[in-house]
Design a protein around this ligand. Sequence first.
Ligand code: FAD
Length: 408
Amino acid sequence: MEFRLQGKRRLKAELHRGLQGNPTMEILRMSQRYDVVIAGLGAMGSSAAYHLARSGLKILGLDRFAPPHNQGSSHGQTRIIREAYWEHPLYVPLVRRAYDYWAELERESGRTLFRRTGGLMIGMPDEELIAGTLKSISEHQIAHEVIGVEEINRRYPAITISNEKAIGVLEHRAGILFPEICIEAHLDLARRHGAELLFDEPVTGWEIEGEGIRVSTSKSEYSAGRLLISAGAWASGLMHNLSLPLAVERQVLLWFKPAGNPALFRPEKFPIFLWGYKPGHMIYGFPDLGEGLKIAFHHNGQTVTPESINRSVSPQEVESHRAILRQFLPEANGDLLNSAVCMYTNTPDEHFLIDFHPESDRVLIASPCSGHGFKFSSVIGGILCDLLTEGESSFDLSPFRLDRPGLS
Ligand SMILES: Cc1cc2nc3c(=O)[nH]c(=O)nc-3n(C[C@H](O)[C@H](O)[C@H](O)COP(=O)(O)OP(=O)(O)OC[C@H]3O[C@@H](n4cnc5c(N)ncnc54)[C@H](O)[C@@H]3O)c2cc1C
């Protein structure tokens, strides 16, 4: 702990001196080509690249593919953003800041990144989804409505709930982020602020070299003052001898053409939703934005590796989604329009991992996000920038540390 604090103070003081034109730091900078190298430019890395480049640092971003791409955790056209956070109230201040950053990014990039639809959580009052949502609401005074089954069916005629004891919690601010466009916006602006971004060049290793880090890739070697590991499902391969209980989970996404009245599924009439369809099980979905209604189970995939994952969707998987549609959204059960396979990278407690590597406070890890990280990526990029430049963040990151119970 003492080492950690000393490390943070040193980091902050060092960069501060450097920014004020300290000659030692200038020499150090000239011999180290980059202030920060970023390994992985998906949701987290692209946002960090933007924040770091905007703050005037010399940034090199590297990716094994050409983001935005469909090989990692950030594809599939849409991601939910919501404030009444059933997972834990600690995420509410983070998501509030994330909303601000997304709005700022929309203004700066001139692109549409977010669509408000409202969000409907449906389930039994004593189950995790509803009880957790209401806990966040009461701790953080989030605007919402609680509605019964009859009212759900009245407002959203496409939805059929047979269990009369279920309730709905409606959050008006929730909506949809467009992940590929968000990543593209972060990367475009990072470039505009001077970041160098190299694609199809995986980082293969790193080592501490004097006061900096030497980063090896499939094509070259680079020197940097700091390294950010934001490699998503591949992060374990860059952790050196740090062995963490991370599980990569295969997730299937399906788009269906509404068989009944398509107007019922349009975003003006139909919110993003999560439904706790049986204890411990959830399914979520998005309105039809023109390419069909998208639905997916939350956490019922096989544990895989990014190298061995099966990227095709089986007829059995389609059928298990149709079984849910028949019960819950019968008019949505039309032709299958599209499918995709994506990866969650889970910690045992499903909280994030944001911390310095135990070998060096020059190496920062920002992964895995356990299937709920995208909405936060705008603010996490800002946090990573603060950690890499100041050594600290104004947010309480203790739940995301490496040395928390169950992770180390
Ligand atoms: C199906 C699905 C649905 C989801 N729904 C939601 C949702 O509704 N709301 C929400 O908030 N979150 C959601 N999430 C979670 C969210 O999308 C992820 O938490 C987030 O996208 C993870 O971002 P990342 O930057 O860690 O990973 P990625 O975006 O995958 O980025 C990692 C990057 O690292 C690159 N890389 C890998 N190895 C290397 C290397 N060695 N060198 C260089 N580059 C490398 C990869 O090519 C990739 O571009 C969902 C996830 C999935 C899979």
